[in-house]
Structures are given as structure tokens and as C-alpha cells.
Design a protein around this ligand. Structure first.
Ligand SMILES: *Cc1c(COP(=O)(O)O)cnc(C)c1O
Length: 233
């Protein structure tokens, strides 16, 4: 299957789930291209995809700059990986969104380093919904103070929440975790009217994520194939 065929099959699957679960809102597809070469991203772009997710700052910046150099400017880039302080500048200078903001220090640096003249950087707070020690994301009781900080930074725009579920086939666990994030999202929308993005669901758990109200699924493997992490990314 080509990248184009994979993309179309994911898009029709999203529509299928929307109908199956009577989902009213639009569910957008973020194509996660981390570790994949420029040529693969270009192929997805030529098939009509415009939103791409990347996790490794340096690798991402090389791809983004190549697209800009070739005159392609209508791609929306989402940073979705763990963000270290020394990488915030390159992200603030190039990306449209950061879905993985989970620390005040990172939010402040992104705000300070966002170049004048660029639109505010859209931010989602990453929440730890799976209680796994090694996973990034903040705890529920820390969300509101980080949200308040972000909403007061003029170069950032608070847009919503992102969560990564436990790596399991157990649908009950997945739905519990996604419904929990959905509940937090609904509460947050009441406080911050600009909040409109709930990003849940990857290749293995897209169905329960759409069922539970995700409006931005992040799909890598099913579009681009398995990733090879042996190269130095
Ligand atoms: C890699 C990654 C994805 C995509 O995962 P797949 O299982 O390949 O679909 C989604 N979200 C985040 C945060 C990721 O790091």
C-alpha cells in the first residue's frame, strides 16, 4: 500500500467511527512523520495531507526548512515529543503547534523565543492519563495552574489537551483513560473559551479515542509504516 492509499484508508476509517459512535464534531488527522524521510512527508503532502506531527526537534527542523526552501508553505507543523529546554528555540521559530507542553519553564521559553511577527504558538497541555512513571505529561491537579500561565503569555495560545493512553489492547482501560481526559477538557472549555482541541488516539487506539471525543488523532505507523529507531534521530 502506498502512503496515499494508507492516508485515504485512515480518513475513511475516521468517518466510519464518527458514524458508528454518532460523533458530531470534525475529527482531524495529524500525520505523525517522525523518523520518516522528507520524501515520505512530501508524498503525503501531495496526497492532500497538510498537518504533520514531529517528535525530534533537529530532524523536524531539517524537514521543515526543506519544505520552506522548496516554496511549500501551507503545512501546519505540530511538535508532539518531549521538549528539552535547549530545543525550545528551534521549535518556537518553526512550529505552529506544540501538543506536548507539560512544564512552566518550557511554556515561558517558547513564549520568549517565539519570533515577533509570527502568529502565537498554539499550545496543548500534555496530561499523564496512563499513570505510567516514564510517560511525560502532568497530573490532573497541575493542569489549571499551567493553563493559567499559558493563557497569560501573549506569544502562546492555549488550545487544549493531549494524552497518550496505556499501551494495551484492553478497551475498558483505554476508554477510562480517554473519558477522563474528555471530562477534564469539558471543564477546561468552561474556563477558557479558546480551548477547542482534544488530541487522543494513535494507530493502535484510534477507535476508542474517536468514540470518547477526540478531535485530533495522531497517526504514524498506519500511514508511513513501522518506524526504525536504529538510525540516530
Ligand atoms: C509517535 C507518536 C504517535 C504516532 O504513533 P503511531 O502508533 O505510530 O500511530 C502519536 N502521538 C505521539 C505523541 C507520538 O510520539
Amino acid at each position: 500500500m502506498s502512503i496515499k492509499e494508507n492516508l485515504n484508508s485512515v480518513l475513511s476509517q475516521i468517518e466510519e467511527y464518527r458514524q458508528k459512535y454518532n460523533v458530531q464534531q470534525k475529527v482531524e488527522l495529524l500525520a505523525v512523520s517522525k523518523t520518516k524521510p522528507y520524501e515520505d512527508v512530501l508524498e503525503a503532502y501531495q496526497a492532500g495531507q497538510r498537518m504533520f506531527g514531529e517528535s525530534y526537534a533537529q530532524e523536524a527542523c531539517e524537514k521543515i526548512d526543506r519544505f520552506k526552501d522548496s516554496g511549500i508553505r501551507d503545512i501546519c507543523w505540530y511538535f508532539i515529543g518531549p521538549l528539552q529546554s535547549n530545543k525550545t528555540r528551534s521549535v518556537a521559530e518553526r512550529f505552529d503547534w506544540v501538543l506536548s507542553c507539560d512544564r512552566e519553564k518550557i511554556a515561558k521559553r517558547l513564549n520568549d523565543q517565539r519570533p515577533a511577527g509570527m502568529r502565537p504558538l498554539n499550545i496543548c497541555i500534555q496530561v499523564n492519563i496512563s499513570d505510567e512513571e516514564q510517560k511525560s505529561g502532568i497530573e490532573e491537579n497541575e493542569i489549571l495552574s499551567l493553563a493559567s500561565l499559558i493563557s497569560n503569555l501573549s506569544n502562546l495560545k492555549l488550545r487544549g489537551l493531549m494524552g497518550i493512553a496505556l499501551n494495551t489492547d484492553n478497551q475498558d482501560i483505554l476508554k477510562d483513560e480517554f473519558m477522563n481526559l474528555r471530562r477534564i477538557f469539558e471543564n477546561m472549555k468552561k474556563i477558557y473559551p479558546c480551548v477547542d482541541t482534544l488530541s487522543m488516539g494513535m494507530t493502535a487506539d484510534m477507535e476508542p479515542a474517536v468514540e470518547c471525543g477526540s478531535n485530533l488523532v495522531r497517526i504514524g505507523t498506519r500511514i508511513f509504516g513501522a518506524r526504525n529507531y536504529n538510525k540516530d534521530n
